[in-house]
Design a binder for this molecule. Sequence first.
Ligand code: 6PG
Length: 258
Amino acid sequence: MSTQAPVVVHPDGELLARATAARFLLALVDAQSVATPVHVALTGGSILVDVLRAVAVDPLRDAVDWTAVHVWWGDERFVPAGHEERNDVDAAEALLDHLPLRPENVHAVPGPDTVADVDAAARAYTEELATHAAPGATVPELAVVLLGMGPDGHVASLFPGRPSLAEESLGALAEPDSPKPPPERVSLTLPTLCSAHQVWLVVSGEGKAPAVAAALAQTSLPEEDGRTGDGESVPAGRVQASGRTLWLVDLAATSALA
Ligand code: 6PG
């Protein structure tokens, strides 16, 4: 249960980003000692971009064989390649452009410049995932998934009260009406996130504190916080990795914990 997931508290957002970067690099080095290639999933959001920037300047980055790392996205905004709102544009600037990754191992979600609509983008991403899955599987085993969390408790592009949360298949789905702009997005499904070996929820700031408390208690946020208030756990509280779920937070994000 995610209620039992460890919560690691760092004093502030900067240390959270640096410590998460070091942890991420160690996890990659460790994963590469037993298997190759290694698949990871990134996401968008302010703290995650800080983490990627910290990875870029961490000396341990050179201990990773980046040519054997596959990069996926937990979610992407359905806007054209190169658009400033895309998560992969932020990730490229912060880190990916500075690493010797193989371009074919960086799995961008198609945008409206290459596919007809957001449903087609989700289907194409599901197919791409299947192409890299082990025999008999439909998605690759993700060694580490980095997730941010919104103040409503959303993760990737899985938002409270949306039908996407009930999706039971492995792969990607289309979110046509996200409450956070831009409205059209592609997200890994909840079962896909939960199939990952490790999922880390990286959360910074007091504005996220009620959602952290709700997720750890596996409850919803009250209506007045703008959410469903339906008693269902916020999406972040439903993520349970196959191996290890870890909350990496700063002190401010814990301010609503009892
Ligand atoms: C997105 C993100 C989203 C993000 C959280 C946290 O595409 O919008 O993937 O899930 O990680 O909203 O973002 P902040 O850290 O900026 O609040």
